[in-house]
Design a protein around this ligand. Structure first.
Ligand SMILES: [Zn+2]
Length: 303
């Protein structure tokens, strides 16, 4: 028992001290860094800092699955992370014995695991990473990941829809009718469901012309957009997508499912995500909440 506690403490320490930096920083360090063997990726569920959430498959647009593997830790749960390192943000955990779908592999932190010692990490179909040191699988060729872009921040049942800075705040003095926040993500950045729920709106909303072309500020409407209804009658809205959203009306989505991609359709001056949170259905001006305050209350910072 003592040893188990030690390694858990070390693993959590690594996550706590380096997680934020890893999220903001550039992808995957090129050269594998050897951490102490005790900083293992396997952790006890009981000691998890946040409630364990099993990684779920993202939207149907997710990359092709190269092979499957079985998580073998000897009993503990395995961390899923936003990048190929124990210092990357922890997304959730996967129970020992679970079969996982592997999309690609990335070079990252060297880990001594129960199956092998390796610096390779497997990216799963929800874009999270697990150390290949704890994965039992066949010899199928796994392609190298072309991108190891970190996932947006996650806390419990919620996450930010994109990893991008705040460009324009909720109802500022200059824009009192701005019922959401503008997040400065680049064109074609995946937009993720902030929490699990049901898609209740998939709409092209523009005063003139099409949502499949770049809009401009003289138009009205939020272009291609999606609304998701979550537990507690919370509605989230995602605007200005670059093309028709990736999800369909009535579809059930998991936290992190890709809803569509960042663009500048509708009333918009450049690619960004306009994100709204509403307390009630239908979403109206009256029930709009500050996404910053809403996310802050759930441990997520938009800044
Ligand atoms: Zn906006």
């Amino acid at each position: 028992m003592k040893r188990r506690h030690q390694r858990t403490a070390l693993a959590l320490l690594a996550a706590g001290t380096l997680g934020g930096t890893a999220l903001a920083g550039s992808p995957a360090a090129a050269s594998p860094v050897r951490f102490p063997a005790d900083a293992a990726e396997a952790v006890t569920l009981k000691a998890a800092a946040v409630s364990p959430v099993t990684a779920r498959a993202a939207g149907t647009t997710a990359s092709r699955i190269a092979t499957t593997g079985k998580v073998v830790t000897g009993g503990m749960a395995l961390n899923t992370r936003s990048g190929p390192s124990a210092a990357s943000l922890r997304i959730g955990t996967i129970a020992n014995g679970t079969t996982v779908s592997i999309v690609c592999k990335a070079a990252g932190q060297f880990i001594s695991g129960t199956v092998k010692n390796t610096g390779f990490w497997d990216r799963l179909s929800d874009n999270s990473f697990i150390s290949d040191a704890y994965v039992q699988r066949g010899d199928a060729e796994i392609p190298k990941c072309t991108s190891t872009t970190p996932l947006p921040a996650v806390a419990g049942a919620w996450m930010l829809p994109v990893a991008a800075g705040l460009v324009s705040d909720f109802r500022t003095q200059q824009r009192p009718a701005h019922d959401g926040v503008d997040l400065g993500a680049t064109r074609n950045t995946p937009i993720r469901a902030a929490s699990s729920g049901t898609v209740i709106r998939v709409v092209c909303n523009v005063s003139q012309g099409s949502c499949d072309v770049d809009g401009n500020p003289s138009l009205k409407g939020c272009g291609w957009y999606v609304e998701v209804l979550h537990a507690g009658t919370i509605v989230t809205r995602y605007c200005h997508m670059v093309r028709r959203p990736s999800v369909a009306l009535g579809q059930t989505v998991a936290r992190g499912t890709i809803l569509g991609y960042v663009g500048t359709s509708g009333s918009s001056s450049g690619p960004h995500l306009h994100f709204e949170v509403h307390a009630g259905v239908p979403a109206t001006r009256e029930n709009a909440l500050s996404p910053i305050a809403f996310m802050q209350a759930r441990g997520l910072t938009i800044s």
